[in-house]
Design a protein around this ligand. Structure first.
Ligand code: SF4
Ligand code: SF4
Length: 301
Protein backbone atom coordinates (compact mmCIF):
# COMPACT_ATOMS: atom_id res chain seq x y z
CA UNK A 1 0.00 0.00 0.00
CA UNK A 2 1.25 3.44 -0.91
CA UNK A 3 0.30 6.34 1.30
CA UNK A 4 -0.26 9.60 -0.56
CA UNK A 5 -0.89 12.73 1.53
CA UNK A 6 -2.58 15.86 0.24
CA UNK A 7 -1.61 18.86 2.37
CA UNK A 8 -1.57 22.65 2.32
CA UNK A 9 0.14 25.50 4.17
CA UNK A 10 -3.26 26.68 5.41
CA UNK A 11 -6.89 25.56 5.34
CA UNK A 12 -9.33 26.33 2.54
CA UNK A 13 -7.00 25.85 -0.42
CA UNK A 14 -8.99 23.07 -2.09
CA UNK A 15 -7.31 20.10 -0.43
CA UNK A 16 -10.56 18.17 0.07
CA UNK A 17 -11.73 18.96 -3.48
CA UNK A 18 -8.59 17.25 -4.76
CA UNK A 19 -8.61 14.40 -2.18
CA UNK A 20 -12.26 13.46 -2.79
CA UNK A 21 -11.81 13.50 -6.56
CA UNK A 22 -8.63 11.42 -6.41
CA UNK A 23 -10.61 9.12 -4.12
CA UNK A 24 -12.98 8.52 -7.01
CA UNK A 25 -10.26 8.19 -9.66
CA UNK A 26 -8.08 5.75 -7.71
CA UNK A 27 -10.34 2.72 -7.69
CA UNK A 28 -8.62 0.53 -5.11
CA UNK A 29 -8.09 3.08 -2.36
CA UNK A 30 -8.99 3.79 1.23
CA UNK A 31 -9.35 7.41 2.34
CA UNK A 32 -7.99 8.79 5.61
CA UNK A 33 -9.35 12.19 6.59
CA UNK A 34 -6.65 13.59 8.86
CA UNK A 35 -8.05 17.11 8.79
CA UNK A 36 -9.65 16.30 12.14
CA UNK A 37 -10.61 19.93 12.82
CA UNK A 38 -12.80 20.08 9.73
CA UNK A 39 -13.38 16.49 8.67
CA UNK A 40 -15.74 16.39 5.67
CA UNK A 41 -14.42 13.71 3.35
CA UNK A 42 -17.02 11.23 4.66
CA UNK A 43 -19.77 13.72 3.73
CA UNK A 44 -18.51 13.89 0.14
CA UNK A 45 -19.16 10.15 -0.18
CA UNK A 46 -22.36 10.01 1.90
CA UNK A 47 -20.74 7.27 3.90
CA UNK A 48 -22.24 5.37 6.84
CA UNK A 49 -20.39 4.83 10.12
CA UNK A 50 -19.61 1.14 10.63
CA UNK A 51 -17.18 1.32 13.58
CA UNK A 52 -16.66 4.00 16.22
CA UNK A 53 -13.65 4.36 18.55
CA UNK A 54 -12.97 6.64 21.52
CA UNK A 55 -9.87 8.81 21.54
CA UNK A 56 -8.33 9.80 24.87
CA UNK A 57 -5.95 12.63 24.11
CA UNK A 58 -4.83 13.67 27.56
CA UNK A 59 -5.62 14.01 31.22
CA UNK A 60 -7.71 16.59 33.05
CA UNK A 61 -7.87 17.49 36.74
CA UNK A 62 -10.92 16.59 38.82
CA UNK A 63 -11.59 17.78 42.39
CA UNK A 64 -13.13 15.42 44.93
CA UNK A 65 -15.57 17.74 46.80
CA UNK A 66 -15.60 15.43 49.83
CA UNK A 67 -11.86 15.95 50.38
CA UNK A 68 -11.66 19.65 49.41
CA UNK A 69 -11.57 22.11 52.35
CA UNK A 70 -11.79 25.21 50.14
CA UNK A 71 -8.27 26.60 50.75
CA UNK A 72 -8.04 27.97 47.19
CA UNK A 73 -4.39 26.98 46.58
CA UNK A 74 -5.32 25.17 43.35
CA UNK A 75 -6.80 28.37 41.92
CA UNK A 76 -3.62 30.28 42.80
CA UNK A 77 -1.26 27.79 41.17
CA UNK A 78 -3.22 27.16 37.96
CA UNK A 79 -1.62 29.20 35.16
CA UNK A 80 -4.45 28.34 32.78
CA UNK A 81 -7.27 29.82 34.85
CA UNK A 82 -8.92 26.42 34.79
CA UNK A 83 -9.97 26.43 38.45
CA UNK A 84 -13.35 28.05 38.97
CA UNK A 85 -14.68 29.25 42.31
CA UNK A 86 -18.46 29.47 42.29
CA UNK A 87 -21.09 29.13 45.03
CA UNK A 88 -18.30 28.43 47.56
CA UNK A 89 -17.13 25.42 45.55
CA UNK A 90 -13.89 24.89 43.64
CA UNK A 91 -14.29 23.15 40.29
CA UNK A 92 -12.14 22.49 37.22
CA UNK A 93 -13.11 23.90 33.84
CA UNK A 94 -12.51 20.80 31.68
CA UNK A 95 -12.09 22.89 28.51
CA UNK A 96 -9.42 25.11 30.06
CA UNK A 97 -7.48 22.42 31.99
CA UNK A 98 -4.18 21.50 30.35
CA UNK A 99 -3.50 18.57 32.67
CA UNK A 100 -0.23 20.14 33.89
CA UNK A 101 -0.51 18.50 37.34
CA UNK A 102 0.39 21.70 39.25
CA UNK A 103 -2.84 21.71 41.27
CA UNK A 104 -2.56 18.00 42.00
CA UNK A 105 0.82 18.33 43.67
CA UNK A 106 -0.14 21.58 45.44
CA UNK A 107 -3.41 20.46 47.02
CA UNK A 108 -2.81 19.93 50.77
CA UNK A 109 -5.86 17.65 51.02
CA UNK A 110 -4.88 15.45 48.06
CA UNK A 111 -8.36 16.22 46.71
CA UNK A 112 -7.34 16.50 43.05
CA UNK A 113 -6.41 13.80 40.59
CA UNK A 114 -5.82 13.65 36.84
CA UNK A 115 -8.22 11.45 34.90
CA UNK A 116 -8.26 10.33 31.28
CA UNK A 117 -10.39 12.63 29.19
CA UNK A 118 -12.35 11.66 26.11
CA UNK A 119 -11.05 14.11 23.48
CA UNK A 120 -12.87 12.82 20.43
CA UNK A 121 -13.80 9.82 18.32
CA UNK A 122 -12.60 8.23 15.15
CA UNK A 123 -14.62 6.16 12.73
CA UNK A 124 -14.50 3.63 9.97
CA UNK A 125 -17.20 4.39 7.41
CA UNK A 126 -18.20 2.97 4.08
CA UNK A 127 -20.25 4.15 1.16
CA UNK A 128 -21.24 2.26 -1.97
CA UNK A 129 -17.69 1.90 -3.20
CA UNK A 130 -15.43 3.73 -0.74
CA UNK A 131 -13.91 3.09 2.66
CA UNK A 132 -13.11 6.09 4.79
CA UNK A 133 -11.46 6.59 8.18
CA UNK A 134 -12.24 9.94 9.77
CA UNK A 135 -12.47 11.61 13.16
CA UNK A 136 -13.84 14.46 15.16
CA UNK A 137 -12.54 16.31 18.17
CA UNK A 138 -14.79 17.25 21.07
CA UNK A 139 -15.51 20.99 21.40
CA UNK A 140 -12.70 22.84 23.15
CA UNK A 141 -10.09 20.16 22.44
CA UNK A 142 -6.92 21.22 20.69
CA UNK A 143 -6.16 19.57 17.37
CA UNK A 144 -4.09 16.56 18.11
CA UNK A 145 -1.38 14.75 16.23
CA UNK A 146 -2.32 11.72 18.35
CA UNK A 147 -5.80 11.58 16.83
CA UNK A 148 -4.32 11.95 13.33
CA UNK A 149 -2.02 9.02 14.11
CA UNK A 150 -5.03 6.92 15.17
CA UNK A 151 -6.81 7.72 11.89
CA UNK A 152 -3.72 6.71 9.94
CA UNK A 153 -3.21 3.50 11.92
CA UNK A 154 -6.81 2.41 11.41
CA UNK A 155 -6.65 3.23 7.68
CA UNK A 156 -3.55 1.04 7.34
CA UNK A 157 -5.21 -1.76 9.29
CA UNK A 158 -8.37 -1.62 7.15
CA UNK A 159 -6.41 -1.09 3.94
CA UNK A 160 -4.41 -4.28 4.58
CA UNK A 161 -7.56 -6.31 5.27
CA UNK A 162 -9.29 -4.96 2.16
CA UNK A 163 -6.12 -5.34 0.05
CA UNK A 164 -6.13 -1.69 -0.99
CA UNK A 165 -3.27 -0.36 -3.10
CA UNK A 166 -3.43 3.28 -2.07
CA UNK A 167 -4.19 5.17 1.14
CA UNK A 168 -5.20 8.72 0.27
CA UNK A 169 -4.65 11.04 3.19
CA UNK A 170 -6.47 14.36 3.38
CA UNK A 171 -3.89 15.98 5.65
CA UNK A 172 -4.31 18.53 8.41
CA UNK A 173 -3.44 22.02 7.12
CA UNK A 174 -0.50 24.10 8.34
CA UNK A 175 2.82 22.96 9.75
CA UNK A 176 1.87 22.00 13.34
CA UNK A 177 1.80 18.59 14.99
CA UNK A 178 -1.38 17.32 13.22
CA UNK A 179 0.06 18.37 9.85
CA UNK A 180 3.37 16.62 10.46
CA UNK A 181 1.51 13.53 11.72
CA UNK A 182 -0.29 13.51 8.36
CA UNK A 183 2.91 13.27 6.29
CA UNK A 184 5.33 11.11 8.27
CA UNK A 185 6.26 7.88 6.47
CA UNK A 186 4.13 8.69 3.42
CA UNK A 187 5.14 7.59 -0.05
CA UNK A 188 4.33 10.89 -1.73
CA UNK A 189 3.02 14.31 -0.69
CA UNK A 190 0.91 16.64 -2.83
CA UNK A 191 1.05 20.24 -1.64
CA UNK A 192 -1.98 22.28 -2.68
CA UNK A 193 -1.53 26.03 -2.90
CA UNK A 194 -3.48 29.02 -4.20
CA UNK A 195 -2.13 32.20 -5.82
CA UNK A 196 -2.99 34.57 -2.97
CA UNK A 197 -0.79 37.20 -1.33
CA UNK A 198 0.08 34.87 1.55
CA UNK A 199 0.19 31.83 -0.78
CA UNK A 200 3.94 31.76 -1.50
CA UNK A 201 4.81 32.32 2.15
CA UNK A 202 2.53 29.45 3.27
CA UNK A 203 3.82 27.30 0.45
CA UNK A 204 7.47 27.79 1.43
CA UNK A 205 6.71 26.87 5.05
CA UNK A 206 4.97 23.63 4.13
CA UNK A 207 7.69 22.76 1.59
CA UNK A 208 10.32 23.18 4.34
CA UNK A 209 8.27 20.89 6.59
CA UNK A 210 7.86 18.22 3.93
CA UNK A 211 11.58 18.43 3.09
CA UNK A 212 12.41 18.10 6.79
CA UNK A 213 10.59 14.76 6.81
CA UNK A 214 12.40 13.79 3.59
CA UNK A 215 9.20 13.08 1.66
CA UNK A 216 8.94 13.21 -2.12
CA UNK A 217 6.46 15.83 -3.16
CA UNK A 218 4.98 17.95 -5.93
CA UNK A 219 2.80 21.04 -6.11
CA UNK A 220 -0.76 21.61 -7.30
CA UNK A 221 -1.84 25.22 -7.87
CA UNK A 222 -5.55 25.51 -7.24
CA UNK A 223 -7.58 28.36 -8.84
CA UNK A 224 -4.38 29.30 -10.68
CA UNK A 225 -6.21 31.77 -12.93
CA UNK A 226 -7.54 34.02 -10.14
CA UNK A 227 -4.14 35.74 -10.03
CA UNK A 228 -1.83 34.70 -12.86
CA UNK A 229 0.90 37.08 -11.67
CA UNK A 230 1.27 35.21 -8.37
CA UNK A 231 0.86 31.88 -10.18
CA UNK A 232 3.86 32.88 -12.35
CA UNK A 233 5.84 33.67 -9.20
CA UNK A 234 4.97 30.24 -7.74
CA UNK A 235 6.03 28.59 -11.00
CA UNK A 236 9.32 30.54 -11.09
CA UNK A 237 10.01 29.61 -7.48
CA UNK A 238 9.31 25.91 -8.21
CA UNK A 239 11.56 26.03 -11.27
CA UNK A 240 14.43 27.57 -9.28
CA UNK A 241 14.01 25.03 -6.51
CA UNK A 242 13.58 22.15 -8.96
CA UNK A 243 10.14 21.31 -7.60
CA UNK A 244 7.66 19.54 -9.83
CA UNK A 245 4.27 21.11 -10.50
CA UNK A 246 1.83 18.24 -10.76
CA UNK A 247 -0.94 20.39 -12.18
CA UNK A 248 -2.91 23.61 -12.17
CA UNK A 249 -6.65 23.64 -11.43
CA UNK A 250 -8.64 26.56 -12.88
CA UNK A 251 -11.29 28.46 -10.97
CA UNK A 252 -14.56 26.70 -11.65
CA UNK A 253 -17.98 27.49 -10.18
CA UNK A 254 -18.82 23.79 -10.42
CA UNK A 255 -16.49 23.21 -7.45
CA UNK A 256 -18.79 25.30 -5.23
CA UNK A 257 -21.82 23.44 -6.58
CA UNK A 258 -20.10 20.09 -5.94
CA UNK A 259 -19.34 21.07 -2.33
CA UNK A 260 -22.96 22.17 -1.78
CA UNK A 261 -24.17 18.87 -3.22
CA UNK A 262 -21.50 16.92 -1.26
CA UNK A 263 -20.16 15.32 -4.43
CA UNK A 264 -16.53 15.09 -5.58
CA UNK A 265 -16.17 17.61 -8.44
CA UNK A 266 -14.68 14.94 -10.70
CA UNK A 267 -18.17 13.43 -10.97
CA UNK A 268 -19.23 16.51 -13.00
CA UNK A 269 -18.45 15.71 -16.62
CA UNK A 270 -18.17 19.24 -18.01
CA UNK A 271 -16.21 20.73 -15.14
CA UNK A 272 -12.92 22.49 -16.03
CA UNK A 273 -11.60 21.69 -12.56
CA UNK A 274 -12.51 18.00 -12.99
CA UNK A 275 -10.56 17.85 -16.27
CA UNK A 276 -7.48 19.35 -14.59
CA UNK A 277 -7.78 16.88 -11.70
CA UNK A 278 -7.95 13.96 -14.14
CA UNK A 279 -4.64 15.18 -15.65
CA UNK A 280 -3.15 15.38 -12.14
CA UNK A 281 -4.33 11.82 -11.50
CA UNK A 282 -2.68 10.60 -14.72
CA UNK A 283 0.61 12.25 -13.77
CA UNK A 284 0.42 10.76 -10.30
CA UNK A 285 -0.27 7.34 -11.74
CA UNK A 286 2.80 7.73 -13.94
CA UNK A 287 4.92 8.63 -10.92
CA UNK A 288 3.62 5.60 -9.03
CA UNK A 289 4.17 3.22 -11.96
CA UNK A 290 7.43 4.49 -13.43
CA UNK A 291 9.29 6.14 -10.61
CA UNK A 292 7.78 4.33 -7.66
CA UNK A 293 10.77 2.10 -7.17
CA UNK A 294 12.92 5.17 -6.48
CA UNK A 295 10.71 6.35 -3.67
CA UNK A 296 10.75 5.07 -0.15
CA UNK A 297 7.58 3.12 0.59
CA UNK A 298 6.70 2.63 4.21
CA UNK A 299 3.48 1.36 5.72
CA UNK A 300 4.31 2.39 9.25
CA UNK A 301 3.60 5.72 10.90
S1 SF4 B 1 -6.14 23.05 46.75
FE1 SF4 B 1 -7.28 21.18 47.20
S2 SF4 B 1 -8.28 21.60 49.14
FE2 SF4 B 1 -7.62 23.57 48.33
S3 SF4 B 1 -9.39 24.35 47.19
FE3 SF4 B 1 -8.13 23.26 45.75
S4 SF4 B 1 -8.96 21.18 45.75
FE4 SF4 B 1 -9.74 22.17 47.56
S1 SF4 C 1 -3.98 20.31 35.96
FE1 SF4 C 1 -2.94 22.27 35.56
S2 SF4 C 1 -4.28 23.27 34.08
FE2 SF4 C 1 -5.50 21.66 35.01
S3 SF4 C 1 -6.55 22.67 36.70
FE3 SF4 C 1 -4.68 21.77 37.53
S4 SF4 C 1 -3.18 23.43 37.46
FE4 SF4 C 1 -4.89 24.03 36.11
Amino acid sequence: MKQIAIVSGKGGTGKTTLSSSLGILFKNTILADCDVDAANLNLMFNSKIIEKYDYYGGKKAVIDPKKCDGCGICKEVCRFEAVIYKNNIYKIDQYACEGCNACVISCPQKAIKLTESLSGNYYYSTSENKNIVHANLNPGEETSGGLVAEVRKLSIEKGKILKKEIILIDGAPGIGCPATSSITATYFVIIVTEPTSSGIHDLKRIIDTVKHFKRNFAIVINKYDINEEITNKIEEFCKTENIEILGKIPFDETVEEAILNTRPVVTYENSKAAKAIIEIYKKLLKIIKEEGKNYENSNSI
